[in-house]
Design a protein around this ligand. Structure first.
Ligand code: SF4
Ligand code: SF4
Length: 358
């Protein structure tokens, strides 16, 4: 009997990127001699073999409708060489093999409302989370904050005048996406969840919800003869972690869900080690559609950093050098004992195991 053939594994995940590369990038992959930046928003790569590639970077709003994507692809076909790629901060890049194509490409992008910049020591586009479009737990709009803020910071995207690159992020809930950024805008809940006891038994897997709570504040309870949950409000730190697995534990609130600003995070280990962000402003109103209070604090921090930091100091390096007391003095932000906690005590006071505790 014929031996059964092994089934080929079906892999999921991103496809091989080589097939999408600009031909010159593919040809010279890993074989570049040097690169420079002829102007903000443009990178120029020279290969050992003499090939040259100019990359023009433009900002996008990240969540794009199909018409915008078609327009960008159309620009790539008419003014570039039919290849684009996206950066991790939602910028789009067009590659061309001749310097003469750069200026018309920039003019076309700007004419269509896509600002060119984001290279070198600029404020990059904001890395924002999916928000209401994809996620079911946001406490605010993510792309709306990005639009409102970048409208005010667009000049810093177009120029390279910061001491070092500045990465901004927004997170529309308190617990998930976002990651480390030089300046991060993060939802901050200030009241424990309100429980709809009629729905808990039908919707929530109660042990999973109990295990979710980092401070063991949730207990099973019988309410009006139905299995439900209760929260010890003295223990609750209003993190919102119980809301995703149990939507009847509503934590979003138009008045009490606020915004906080964190600073000094970075993933890179260039010059100094990667750092975690620290909270420097809390309780800012969640005030769409322009979030003026948030914009004010972000701009204040950015302007002081720009004026005060030494060349190549990231925001965290700058704060490290001047110290937190001076950071609050110079930015004129009020300091309270609840800010810049570095969570060193987390190992003892947060739930770091999978055990369920009651
Ligand atoms: S930050 Fe939170 S609410 Fe926003 S997309 Fe991520 S998980 Fe969803
Ligand atoms: S998971 Fe967070 S919000 Fe929910 S009860 Fe526990 S501490 Fe409070």
């Amino acid at each position: 009997m014929a031996q059964a053939q092994m089934r080929r594994a079906v892999e999921s995940g991103v496809p091989d990127n080589q097939q999408f590369l600009h031909p010159l990038l593919k040809k010279n992959y890993g074989n570049w001699k040097y690169h420079d930046r002829p102007r903000p928003g443009v990178l120029h790569h020279v290969a050992h073999g003499g090939d040259e590639v100019w990359t023009v970077r433009a900002g996008t709003q990240r969540q794009m409708d199909v018409f915008t994507i078609r327009r960008l692809c159309d620009i790539a076909d008419r003014f570039a060489e039919g290849h684009v790629r996206f950066t991790i901060r939602s910028n789009i890049e067009f590659m061309v093999s001749s310097e003469a194509k750069v200026a018309p490409l920039i003019a076309e992008l700007e004419k269509n409302g896509f600002p060119v910049g984001g290279t070198g020591n600029s404020v990059s586009m904001i890395a924002h989370t999916q928000g209401w479009l994809h996620c079911d737990i946001p406490g605010t709009d993510a792309s709306g904050v990005v639009k409102a803020l970048m409208d005010e910071l667009i000049d810093e995207f177009r120029r390279e005048e910061m001491p070092n690159r500045v990465h901004l992020s927004t997170s529309c809930c308190e617990i998930n996406c976002g990651g480390q950024a030089d300046i991060a805008i993060i939802v901050q809940h200030t009241k424990p969840p309100k429980i709809n006891h009629d729905l808990v038994a039908n919707v929530c897997e109660r042990p999973a919800v109990v295990a979710r709570c980092p401070v063991a504040a949730i207990r099973p309870a019988l309410v009006n003869g139905k299995p439900s949950l209760e929260v010890d409000e003295k223990k609750c730190i209003c993190c919102g972690a119980c809301y995703p697995p149990c939507p009847p534990m509503q934590i979003n609130d138009p008045e009490h869900s606020k915004l906080a600003i964190w600073v000094g995070g970075k993933n890179s280990n260039a010059r100094a080690k990667p750092t975690f962000m620290k909270m420097v402003a809390a309780g800012l109103p969640n005030n769409p559609p322009r979030w003026p209070e948030v914009a004010d604090v972000v701009k204040r921090i950015l302007h002081v950093y720009k004026a005060d930091a030494r060349p190549w100091e990231r925001l965290s390096d700058w704060v490290e050098r001047i110290g937190w007391p001076r950071f609050f003095e110079r930015t004129d932000l009020p300091f309270t004992k609840y800010l810049i906690d570095d969570w060193r005590g987390a190992r003892v006071n947060l739930n770091a195991s999978t055990h369920i505790r009651f």
